[in-house]
Write a protein that binds this ligand. Structure first.
Ligand SMILES: NC(=O)c1ccc[n+]([C@@H]2O[C@H](COP(=O)([O-])OP(=O)(O)OC[C@H]3O[C@@H](n4cnc5c(N)ncnc54)[C@H](O)[C@@H]3O)[C@@H](O)[C@H]2O)c1
Length: 266
């Protein structure tokens, strides 16, 4: 199916690695012109070079409102407009309640929540001016059902759903849609694995919850419990996100879409 994305101007926050870079690659392969904004500038530029077709990378820390605004401005300057914005950055800070620190909360909320708000604020303006836009946030299964040991993360991902619903209602009349994709666990694979699972505390707490010894066993156990007997892949997330970014998804707005094979987190 042709997603009709040829020459659409896109920005992907967090496109330097993990799930975000696979989204950027699919958008590029579908003919979109892609800007990649990531805290890791070298990774953003590497991905842009790989995508080609006028793609470019730039440094951007999502927790800094002025940097988010500057990234959107640079994209509009370069491409002349903005039709697609994907926000894939998200910190997965795992900890049990007694161990949660001010710092955990500050870092997670300033990136996952405030950062997502800055993205929406900056991206919808050029979209509104163009009378068309697609804004997609990458949420999480933990934003559809709270996960034990992940209360700060879960709260931040529930926030994104509320934000996206409100933004979708606010900017819908201007032809701009806003939706959330909530994947279940995406385990490391391929040449740009999701780094999330390199966090030893996340792995330890997840393994404790499932009563398993390591990440391999965790993956096997969760796959066995999933109705489709497999885990979510970066390709699953990239395909759904690219569809939501396309003109074909024009009547999908203010929605959260679970991408979990029918299984919800523990
Ligand atoms: N991996 C999973 O199992 C999984 C499951 C569900 C949802 N998610 C969500 O998907 C999204 C991507 O996850 P991932 O596993 O690919 O993450 P990742 O850590 O592999 O990649 C995130 C990218 O964001 C960049 N980044 C980190 N902090 C940043 C900041 N402050 N400003 C700008 N860029 C920053 C990193 O450099 C990296 O390129 C996140 O929102 C995550 O919560 C992941």
């Amino acid at each position: 199916m042709d997603l009709q994305l040829k020459d659409h101007a896109a920005i992907v926050f967090g496109g330097g690695g993990g799930i975000g870079c696979h989204i950027a690659r699919v958008l590029g392969a579908e003919g979109a012109r892609v800007a990649i904004a990531d805290r890791d500038e070298a990774a953003a530029c590497r991905e842009a070079e790989r995508i080609g077709g006028g793609a470019f990378g730039m440094a951007c820390d999502l927790s800094d409102r002025s940097q988010v605004r500057a990234a959107v401005d640079r994209t509009v300057e370069r491409f002349g407009r903005l039709q697609i914005c994907v926000q894939s950055v998200g910190l997965t800070l795992a900890n049990y309640l007694p161990d949660i620190s001010d710092r955990d909360v500050d870092i997670t909320f300033s990136v996952n929540m405030r950062g997502s708000l800055w993205v929406a604020q900056a991206a919808v303006e050029p979209m509104r001016q163009g009378g068309y836009g697609r804004l997609v946030f990458i949420g999480s299964g933990s934003g559809m059902k709270g996960s034990a040991g992940l209360s700060v993360y879960s709260a931040s991902k529930f926030f994104i759903r509320g934000l996206a619903q409100a933004v979708g209602l606010e900017v819908g009349p201007a032809g701009v849609t806003c939706n959330v994709v909530c994947p279940s666990d995406v385990y490391p694979e391929g040449d740009a694995p999701a780094q999330t699972w390199q966090d030893p505390t996340l792995v330890r707490i997840s393994c404790e919850k499932e009563g398993v010894a390591d990440l391999d066993e965790l993956r096997r156990k969760r796959i066995a419990k999933n109705p489709l007997r497999r885990a979510c892949t970066v390709q699953d997330v990239a395909s759904l996100t690219a569809f939501l970014c396309s003109p074909l998804a024009g009547f999908i707005n203010a929605q959260t879409i679970g991408l979990n094979g029918g299984g919800l987190p523990t």
